[in-house]
Design a protein around this ligand. Structure first.
Ligand SMILES: CCCCCCCC/C=C\CCCCCCCCCCCCC/C=C/C(=O)SCCNC(=O)CCNC(=O)[C@H](O)C(C)(C)COP(=O)(O)OP(=O)(O)OC[C@H]1O[C@@H](n2cnc3c(N)ncnc32)[C@H](O)[C@@H]1OP(=O)(O)O
Ligand SMILES: Cc1cc2nc3c(=O)[nH]c(=O)nc-3n(C[C@H](O)[C@H](O)[C@H](O)COP(=O)(O)OP(=O)(O)OC[C@H]3O[C@@H](n4cnc5c(N)ncnc54)[C@H](O)[C@@H]3O)c2cc1C
Length: 676
C-alpha cells in the first residue's frame, strides 16, 4: 500500500505544478513532522491514524456540511463521533490525549460535536478538582462515555468577571445538600458547549454560600438530564442558544436552576471542602478553582498554531497551482506563490504557526509540571503560569485570526467560497479570542504581573524577579543585529522592558495625582495591554530560538533557521516604532531588518509547499479528500482544484432543480408585470 505522506512523494496524476514544488524541497517532510509533533513516534502515529481513518467510509462526511441545516449538522457530527467511538479502541491508544485529539480533528473537523467539550472541559476539571472518591464515582463513567458532560461557568450577564457569577449553591445544614439556584435571567448559564441538547451532566460553577457568607466560585458535579429519557430533571431549564458564527455542529446551551438540590458530595473537593456542619475548608491557593482554565489556556498555543497551519496548507497549495499574470516570461502565467506580496502574506504566518506549536509544547509541559506540583500541595508555580498563559492565549488567538484571514484573501475569490474550508476554520479559531477569557481581560491579567515585576525591579530587588521577567532589570546596551538571533532577543527585551516600565510609571503617576487605583489602571489599560503583548511576543521568539537550537538534523535546521529569521525580522519590524522612538534602533537597522525579511521570503519560497506538507494534514482533515470529492476542495494534496470546485458547485442543493420557487413565485411575476 502507498503511504500517504512520503517525502516528496510524487503520485501519478498529481497536478504537475505541485509536483514541481515538492521536488525542490531541501528537506524531508517526515523528519520535519517529527520536529513539529515532538517525536518520531508521535508523527508516525498521526500518519498511521490518518491512514486507518481514510479506510473507514463511515468516518467521512456523508454530505457536504455547508449545505446542511443546523439540525442536520448536529445529526451528522453526532453520527460521526459515535461511529468513531466504536472504532477508537482499535485505532488509538485510549490513554493518549494527543492521539485522541488528532483523530477527532480528522473526523469531526472544525464544526464541533457533542463530545468535543466532554474530553477537553468536563473530564479535566473532574480530574483536577475531584477527590479520589469522586473520581471513583464519575471518572470511569465519563471516560467510558456512559455519561456526557460539559463545563457550565459563563452566564448571560457574566463571563469575564467570574467573581460576580450569580448562580448560587447554598449549603443546607438540615439536609446536607447544596441548593442550586438561578435568581435572575442574567444568571442563566449561557454558552457552554454541548450543554443545549446533548449533555446529561455538567460541571457547574456557582457561588458557594454557607450561612449567608459568599465563598466565591466553586465547581459542582450536576446531573441535568434523566439518563433514560434524556428529559431535563425537574427544577432544570436547559436548551440551545441558537446558531453561531461557526461551530454549529455543537449545541452551545443555556441552563437555569430552580432550587435544584444536589448532595454535599457533589462539590468537587480535592482542594477545598464544606464539612457536614458547614465548616469551609480553604484550598491551598485562592484561585485553585481556576486551575482548569490555566490547563485549557496552556494548550491553546499549539492548538491555534495547528488551526492556522491548516488554513495555510490550503492557501499555499492553492497558490502553487493558481496561475495568473506574468513576470519575465510572457509565454506562461506565473504561480501566484511567486509574487512577493503573496509570499509576504503567507510565509510569516507559516513561521508563526511553527512558533506557536513550539511554544505550545513548552506551555503544555509547564502545565504538567504545575499539575504534579499541585497534587503534592505546592501551588507556587500557579501565578507565573497564569500570567504566561494569559498572555499567550491572547496573542496567539489574535495572530491566528490574522493569519487565517490572510490565507483566505490569498485564495482570491475561491477563498471566500465555503469550498475553501477557510471560513469554517476561521470561525472556529477566532472564537479563541473570546473563550477561555476575553483577550483584553487576559492581557490585563498578565499586565498585573508585569507591573508587580517592574515595581520589584524599581525597588532594587532584581534578584526576586522570576526567569521570565529577569530582563526587566537588564541594562540597556545597544545591539548589532548582524550578529544574529541573540541580538534580536536583546532588542525585543529592550522594547518590552521599556513599554512595561512606561506603563507602570504612568500608572503610578495617575495614582500619585489622586486618581483611585482602579481608575488609574483603566486610564493606563491600553498601554498595559501593549506591554503584555510585547512580553508575550518576546517569549514566543525565545521558544522558537530554543527549539531551532536543539535540532540536530542539518537539513531541517537550515530550513527552520530560515523560517526563524523570517519570524525575527517580521516581528521586530512590526514593533520597530517602539525602538525607533527612543533611538535604540537606528533607521539603518530598520533598513537592515526589511532587507533581511525580503531575503528570507526568497529563501523560503522553494520550501514553502513542503513546509506546509510537513504538518501532514490529510485531505480528510482539510475536507478536501478524494473519497468525498464533493466537499471542500481547495487544499487537496493532489492540487486538482478546478474540476472539483465545479463538482462541489454542482452538488449544491440549489442546483438540484433548474427553476427555483423564488423564480416562479416572485421573479417571473415581476418580469411579467413589467412587460404589461
Ligand atoms: C478517548 C477519546 C478522547 C477524545 C477527546 C478529543 C477531544 C477533541 C475534540 C475535538 C477536536 C476537534 C478539533 C477542532 C477543535 C475545535 C476547538 C474549539 C473548541 C471550542 C471550545 C471552547 C471552550 C470554551 C470554554 C470556556 O470559555 S469556559 C469559560 C472560561 N472563562 C474564563 O476564562 C473567564 C475569564 N475570567 C477569569 O479567569 C477571572 O475572572 C479573572 C479574569 C482571572 C479575574 O479573576 P478574579 O478572581 O477577579 O481575580 P483578580 O482580582 O483579577 O486577580 C486576583 C489575583 O488572582 C490571580 N489569579 C487570577 N486567576 C488566576 C489563576 N488562574 N491562577 C493563579 N492566579 C490567578 C491574579 O493574577 C491576581 O494576582 P495578584 O493579586 O497577585 O495580581
Ligand atoms: C465558541 C465559544 C465557546 C464557549 N464555550 C464555553 C463553555 O464551554 N463554557 C463556558 O462556561 N463558557 C463558554 N464560553 C463563554 C466564554 O468563556 C465567555 O464568552 C468569555 O469568557 C468572555 O466573557 P463575556 O462573554 O462575558 O465577555 P465580556 O466580558 O462581556 O466582554 C465584552 C467586552 O468587554 C470587555 N471587558 C470586560 N471586562 C473587562 C475588563 N475588566 N477590563 C477591560 N475590558 C473588559 C472585553 O474586553 C470585551 O471587549 C464560550 C464562548 C464562545 C465564544
Amino acid at each position: 500500500m502507498t503511504m500517504v505522506f512520503l517525502n516528496k512523494e510524487i503520485r501519478d496524476g498529481d497536478n504537475p505544478d505541485l509536483t514541481e514544488e515538492r521536488k525542490t524541497a531541501t528537506f524531508d517532510t517526515n523528519k520535519m513532522a517529527e520536529v513539529i509533533y515532538g517525536s518520531e513516534k508521535l508523527a508516525r502515529r498521526r500518519r498511521e491514524i490518518s491512514q486507518a481513518v481514510s479506510l473507514i467510509p463511515e468516518l467521512a462526511d456523508s454530505k457536504p456540511l455547508p449545505f446542511l441545516s443546523r439540525n442536520e449538522k448536529i445529526l451528522e457530527s453526532t453520527r460521526k463521533v459515535t461511529a468513531l467511538n466504536e472504532h477508537l479502541p482499535r485505532l488509538i491508544n485510549m490513554n493518549d490525549e494527543d492521539e485522541a485529539w488528532h483523530i477527532h480533528s480528522e473526523v469531526i473537523g472544525f464544526e464541533g460535536n457533542p463530545l468535543a467539550l466532554h474530553h477537553s472541559l468536563f473530564i479535566p476539571p473532574l480530574v483536577i478538582q475531584g477527590s479520589d472518591e469522586q473520581h471513583e464515582k464519575w471518572l470511569g463513567r465519563a471516560k467510558r462515555r456512559e455519561i456526557i458532560g460539559c463545563y457550565a461557568q459563563t452566564e448571560l450577564g457574566h463571563g469575564s468577571n467570574i467573581r460576580k457569577l450569580e448562580t448560587t449553591a447554598t449549603y443546607s445544614l438540615s439536609t446536607q445538600e447544596f441548593i442550586l439556584h438561578t435568581p435572575t435571567i442574567n444568571a442563566l448559564k449561557w454558552w457552554p458547549g454541548a450543554l443545549g441538547k446533548s449533555s446529561n451532566h455538567a460541571v457547574v460553577v456557582a457561588s458557594l454560600i454557607i450561612k449567608e457568607q459568599n465563598y466565591g466560585p466553586h465547581l459542582f458535579m450536576v446531573q441535568i438530564r434523566d439518563e433514560q429519557s434524556h428529559e431535563p430533571l425537574p427544577g432544570i431549564a436547559v436548551g440551545d442558544i441558537g446558531p453561531k458564527m461557526a461551530f454549529n455542529g455543537a449545541d452551545n446551551g443555556f441552563l437555569g436552576f430552580n432550587n435544584f438540590r444536589i448532595p454535599r458530595g457533589n462539590l468537587l473537593n480535592r482542594h477545598c471542602n464544606v464539612e457536614v456542619d458547614g465548616t469551609y475548608v480553604r484550598p491551598p491557593h485562592d484561585k485553585m478553582n481556576y486551575a482548569g482554565m490555566i490547563r485549557v489556556r496552556s494548550r491553546m498555543a499549539a492548538e491555534q498554531g495547528t488551526f492556522m497551519a491548516q488554513a495555510l496548507t490550503i492557501a499555499v497549495r492553492y497558490s502553487a497551482v493558481r496561475r495568473q499574470g506574468f513576470l519575465e516570461n510572457k509565454s506562461q502565467e506565473v504561480k501566484v506563490l511567486d509574487y512577493q506580496t503573496q509570499q509576504h502574506r503567507l510565509f510569516p504566518a507559516i513561521a508563526r504557526s511553527y512558533a506557536f506549536i513550539f511554544c505550545g509544547f513548552e506551555t503544555i509541559q509547564k502545565y504538567e509540571t504545575l499539575q504534579n506540583e499541585m497534587n503534592s500541595g505546592n501551588v507556587s508555580l500557579m501565578a507565573d503560569l497564569h500570567a504566561l498563559t494569559s498572555g499567550i492565549k491572547s496573542v496567539v488567538t489574535y495572530q491566528t485570526g490574522e493569519g487565517i484571514e490572510q490565507a483566505r484573501m490569498a485564495c482570491g475569490g475561491h477563498g471566500y467560497s465555503m469550498a475553501s474550508y477557510i471560513s469554517e476554520i476561521y470561525g472556529c479559531a477566532i472564537g479563541g479570542c473570546t473563550y477561555e477569557g476575553e483577550n483584553m481581560v487576559m492581557l490585563l491579567q498578565l499586565a498585573r504581573y508585569l507591573v508587580k515585576s517592574v515595581e520589584l525591579a524599581m525597588r532594587g530587588k532584581p534578584g526576586d524577579l522570576g526567569p521570565m521577567v529577569a530582563y526587566l532589570a537588564y541594562p540597556d546596551i545597544k545591539v548589532d543585529l548582524v550578529t544574529g538571533p541573540e541580538a534580536y532577543v536583546k532588542m525585543f527585551q529592550h522594547i518590552s522592558k521599556r513599554q512595561s516600565i512606561k506603563a507602570t510609571e504612568k500608572f503610578h503617576r495617575k495614582m500619585e495625582s489622586g486618581v483611585s487605583r482602579d481608575e488609574a489602571w483603566n486610564q493606563c489599560a491600553v498601554e498595559l495591554t501593549r506591554a503584555s503583548r510585547l512580553h508575550t511576543r518576546l517569549y514566543i521568539i525565545e521558544t522558537f530560538i530554543r527549539r531551532v537550537d536543539s535540532i540536530e538534523d542539518l537539513s531541517i535546521k537550515m530550513v527552520l533557521t530560515d523560517l526563524m529569521n523570517l519570524h525575527l525580522n517580521y516581528e521586530l519590524l512590526d514593533v520597530a516604532s517602539y525602538a525607533l522612538e527612543d533611538g535604540f534602533m537606528s533607521s539603518t537597522q530598520m533598513g537592515f531588518i526589511k532587507n533581511q525579511l525580503y531575503s528570507s521570503l526568497e529563501k523560503i519560497r522553494p520550501n514553502a509547499v513542503s513546509l506546509v506538507d510537513s504538518f501532514q494534514f490529510s485531505d480528510l482533515q482539510l475536507r478536501s479528500n478524494l473519497l468525498n470529492f464533493l466537499f471542500q476542495v481547495l487544499g487537496r494534496r493532489d492540487g486538482h482544484v478546478y474540476q472539483n470546485l465545479f463538482e462541489w458547485a454542482k452538488s449544491s442543493p440549489l442546483n438540484q432543480t433548474e427553476v427555483l420557487p423564488s423564480v416562479t413565485q416572485y421573479l417571473k411575476p415581476m418580469m411579467e408585470k413589467a412587460k404589461l
